[in-house]
Design a protein around this ligand. Sequence first.
Ligand code: MTE
Ligand code: HPA
Ligand code: MOS
Length: 783
Amino acid sequence: MFRGQRGPMKHYDAELHTRGESLYVDDVPEPSGMLHAVIYSSPIAHGRFDALQLDRALAADGVVDIITADDIPGENQVGPVVEDEPLLSEGELNFQGHPIAIVVAETHEDATHARGLIDAAFTEKEAVVTAREAHDRGDILGTPRTFAMGDVDDAFDDCDVVVEGRADCAGQEHLYLETQRARAVPTEGDRLRVYSSTQSPYAVQESAARVIGVAEHKVEVDVIRLGGAFGGKEDQATHWACMSALASELLDAPVQLVLHRVDDMKMTGKRHPYSADYKMGLDDDGNIVAYEVRHYQNAGAKTDLSLAVLERTLFHSTNAYYIPNVRAYAASCQTNIPPNTAFRGFGGPQGMFAIESALTDAAEELGISREEIQRNNLLDEGQSFPYGQRAERCRAQKTWDRADEAFDLDEMRANAEAFNEDHDDKKKGVAAMPVCFGISFTGTFLNQASALLHVYTDGSVSLSTGGVEMGQGVNSKLINIAARALGISTDRIKVETTNTTRIANMSPSAASATTDLNGGATILAAEELIGRFREMVAREMGIQDDENIEFDDEQVLYRGKETDWDWERVVEQAYLSRISLSAQAFYATPNIWFDKDDEEGRPFAYHVYGAAFFEVTVDTLRGTYDIEAARLAHDLGRTVNKLVDIGQIEGGLAQGIGWMTLEELAYGDDGELLSSALSTYKTPDGYFMPDELDVEWIEDENPEGPYGSKAVGEPPLMYGIGAYFAIRDAMRAFDADADFPFHAPLTPEKVLLQLHQSRLDDMLEAPVPDEESPESEVALAGE
Ligand code: MTE
Ligand code: HPA
Ligand code: MOS
């Protein structure tokens, strides 16, 4: 058992999942008379609709009602940060899939059929789909931000090498297995209970109350678990929940809304595509002296969480490196694609992709390896990030060196070179990817949580927190934490659904901080209970030094020795003594702040570090590749559930590799999502994952996390960036001079085209055979 581990190392949902018994929103038995909603949305990316024709749809079988903006009793507004997002369009259309009306019918099929009968008059305007185009037009959301340290302009003058270029990375579809869905059920009066697949039950409560025009306490939101979210349900679950709540309120009936996969892919936002201009200056020894970057974020049509995502791009614009002179600019650019939103890494990955591209360019210019520059410039204890925070308990070098000891990067490099000497049709590539990711919501106020513990007289325990289980294992970790805090077996603890009536004003489960925040609150609630019990036992035992009483492994110990008190006796006695068996506690991350005027502060409780080494083989004839190995050292803290943490590392890595290699989101010039189904959007599968996936752990205690643990949800995604650079490294071995743009994802198709671009160009430039000439006839006849 690992030091921090208490109780069995497992994911407590695993048994239900494998038996197919876990409940999701639409698995809960249907209340009688439940209706089904389907969304009618914009077929154009930019313009207006007029003269909405609903008659044919209203007359269709099973249709109960069609709800439009005019029917909303409260406010038509669901923007989570900036109020720029009506729930239903009032005429203006800003993206394909922009919701216009809610069709409610007796069955999902009836509603879907009726939707096809709706028509309207559309006036189209030109659509803008790229961030740079929007930036040039001045279509910017919020105010562009700049983080700066040192003096880049002066520093560039003194550099031995300066490289400049451009790096682009595409968006990413969340592809949670469970599409967006919600069910609203009227209870009595104007009260509603909403079951939602959301990371943010309170956001649903707040927005639903606002849309319906009732006080927040009239709306109860309950979340059992999510079939995946990955940021896609941090605030974009709210819309669908509000629609079902609105329909339910207007029709006084339970209403369920389940998005079809294609609707989900078309209507919801994704990871933000970014385009960046970089400039990096180094000395001859490969020390990075100055870095300047301009990030253009493709926000989509509405603000959503884009400004917070943008800020995190800046926080992570220098990744795990110390650079004395930095200027990083970022602008959120408004386009006519669905509003992009939170996605694992929250802007961090895009910032890191740009700097990794810049230092790759610099390595080629200097004629040294990428990893030499990377290792040379890793952050050291006490060095400053470009936002003023200093690296504390810095493990950038430590994780890299641990990975190097275990996996020998030089040897990986030498093997690849030896292989490449002997092969032309295949080339091996190697790349390292260090990661440094800040833990805490960047909006400081969000770093708060509460927990409610009930102990029943049989000794069983009920735990409620604001943590939402989305597959990441927060419930399992909370069980381990509560068992440890109470000194009892994990078997006694049940984690309740996440419910706004038990836990008020909860922050979303996001920013990798759910266990830190809700686990922190759980420990405080448990300590409150244990304090009462300790006092009681001391009184009963007639001793004064109650500080020498401990609760461990179901027993009460006094001065380290067993007593005749165990958990069940304590609980029973507390009840008889009229001591409360319930406790509520509140946790707020201490010592974090950020000043946006100066762009300085200490926004993060701590950072998570790690380093991954990749080895790939590219088939230079076909452009296909194999990711053979990912070998990494990860800074885990003292884990409270190692199995869950391993799952997060492997899952995050897979998702990061997918983003960088296969997953290609394509939009047409008219703003249409071209990759709107799994036939056109390719994700990694088991075969695609590295054959060898080795993980080394650094298990140093983290004083800022519950029982010394560290957050794990997002950081491993960014290791996946290494796969991109390993593939590119193999391409370099094939062609030392070609111009390979930094443009993720690096799909096999792109690899093929880039490897053979010069030959393709030659072919295209060759004179076109003259149709009249006899040779060309011969050539054609000869085919
Ligand atoms: N893992 C699974 N299985 N499913 C998910 O939806 N979301 C990720 C990550 N890991 C996710 C996941 C994202 S975006 C975040 S922020 C964290 O989990 C949220 O949970 P945590 O705060 O408990 O780490
Ligand atoms: N991460 C995720 N979600 C957020 C954050 C963050 O840093 N800030 C606000 N919402
Ligand atoms: Mo995660 S992107 O913070 O939900």
